[in-house]
Each structure stands twice: as C-alpha cells, then as structure tokens.
Design a protein around this ligand. Structure first.
Ligand code: 1GP
Length: 251
C-alpha cells in the first residue's frame, strides 16, 4: 500500500519528497532522463497530473513514467479524465477550502467507479488552497476561494475537520508556480492541530524554503515548476537532502 509506504518514508527520513510531473509541461523525450535524475538524487516518488491538461497525453505519459522508475507513481488529478492505469495510487482530493460542491463530492462520484475498476489505491486527501499572491490555475479551475494567507486558524480548523471526516492526508496548496509558497505559520498551525500527514506544495523554489516547511511540520514536500528548467536539475539533490533531515548527508 502506497499510503503505508509514505508513512514509512516520513518516519525513516523525517519527511518525503515528491516531484510533480505535469504532462503539459515536460516533453516526452526528456521524461525518462528526468525521472532517472530524480531517482539518483534521492526523490521518494512522483505525482502525475495538473489542474488543466491541454496538450499532454495523460495515459501515455503515465505509462512512460511507470516504465522509467520503481518509485511510487501517484496520480494527482485535476479532472475526472485523469484516472488511468498504470498508477500505484491516486490522491482522492476534495477541495475542502472551497464551497463548490462539484469539487467537494460531485467529481468524486464520477471518478470512484473508475478508480475501483482500474484497481488504483485511493488516498483521501483534504485539499486546501491557500492564497499565494495571484489567482492560480487550481483556484480558478476549482471555482473555490483560497484560504487567506494570514488566517492560519482557518486552515487548521479545515484540516481538523478533514481528519474527522476520515481523510488520510492534508494538502496545503499554494498553486503550481505560485509567487509565494504556503506560509510557515500556517503549516505550523495545521501540524499542531491535526495529526494526519501534511503535504505542502506550490511555489517552493529553494532547498531552504523546503527545509523550513519541514521544520514547521510539513511531512511531504512537492515541487514541480522549478525543475521544468533543466538548468535547475542539479539542485534536486539539495532539495532532497534539505527535506530528509533524518538522513545523514552524503558527499
Ligand atoms: C502544485 O504543489 C504543486 O500542485 C507544485 O507546485 O509547481 O509551484 O512547484 P510548483
């Protein structure tokens, strides 16, 4: 089970590091090379998806990722049409920060039978969109208001409600390419208030920022955009080392 595997990684390495692969943004000819690069740099697994898919061929992209790595490959769906095999798991996201019923339960009713039929492990996740400077694709597409940056208590109460509803993960999302990442005070408030693992992503551009997020209670860090620039690939290991604070750094 991928959820248990994530818990094991969190407990052995301090936190887990996942890289988001967006079929629209990563060219097919670079995909295998990038995935291998991530593997040797200490990444723990991959999310595949995006809030809006325009050009990418999701199914073939997913197949290529799976055939390039033995690390967990988890679908991070932006839409119901992103449920495909082969995948090890899918984040079954409910946008709990918003009040749009389609993204709270509607899409899930359409997706659930497909997930069952394709035998993919669903990991129920309370998805909390956080204000990050400007309107992000996740916010716009889900038609839901983000939680204000200066209201950590709203995020904490939302996360606790998600936990009480039986969700297994919280995802604090600033949005892909966000100009500001999720505030550390908010991560801290959420981690002090609920006891399910917290994923933090969106706008994380430095190992230092990733490390601060872990120090404030993030259990899983996600980066995507930053490595769409190939010149940044050599920094993946720095991110992994900053996130895996329990693992002695090798030189
Ligand atoms: C988006 O959290 C992820 O859903 C990653 O964000 O692309 O900004 O790293 P970035």
């Amino acid at each position: 089970m991928i959820y248990e595997l994530l818990l094991k990684i969190i407990s052995s390495k301090g936190a887990a590091y996942l890289i988001l692969l967006d079929p629209d943004k990563l060219s097919n000819d670079k995909l295998t090379e990038f995935v291998k690069y991530c593997e040797v740099s200490g990444v723990d697994g991959f999310l595949v998806g995006g809030s809006l898919l325009i050009d990418g061929d999701f199914e073939n992209f997913l197949k290529k990722v799976k055939s390039s790595t033995d690390l967990p490959v988890i679908i991070f769906p932006g839409e119901v049409n992103q449920v495909y095999q082969p995948a090890d798991a899918i984040l079954f996201l409910s946008v709990v920060s918003g009040r749009n019923p389609e993204h709270l339960i509607g899409k899930h009713i359409l997706a659930a039978p497909m997930i069952k039929k394709k035998n993919i492990e669903p990991i129920s996740t309370g998805y909390i969109i956080v204000e990050s400077g400007s309107v992000t694709t996740a916010e716009y597409i889900s038609g839901s208001k983000p939680i204000p940056r200066n209201k950590p208590e709203i995020a904490a109460a939302t996360a606790l409600a998600s936990q009480y509803l039986g969700m297994k993960l919280i995802y604090l999302e600033a949005g892909s390419g966000a100009s500001q990442s999720v505030p550390n005070e908010m991560i801290n408030a959420v981690s002090n208030y609920c006891n399910i693992p917290i994923i933090v992503g969106g706008g994380i551009k430095t190992p230092q920022d990733a490390k601060e997020k872990v120090n404030n209670g993030a259990n899983i860090i996600v980066t995507g955009n930053f490595f769409e620039n190939e010149n940044n690939w050599n920094l993946i290991k720095n991110f992994a080392d900053a996130i895996h604070f329990k693992v002695p750094i090798s030189v």
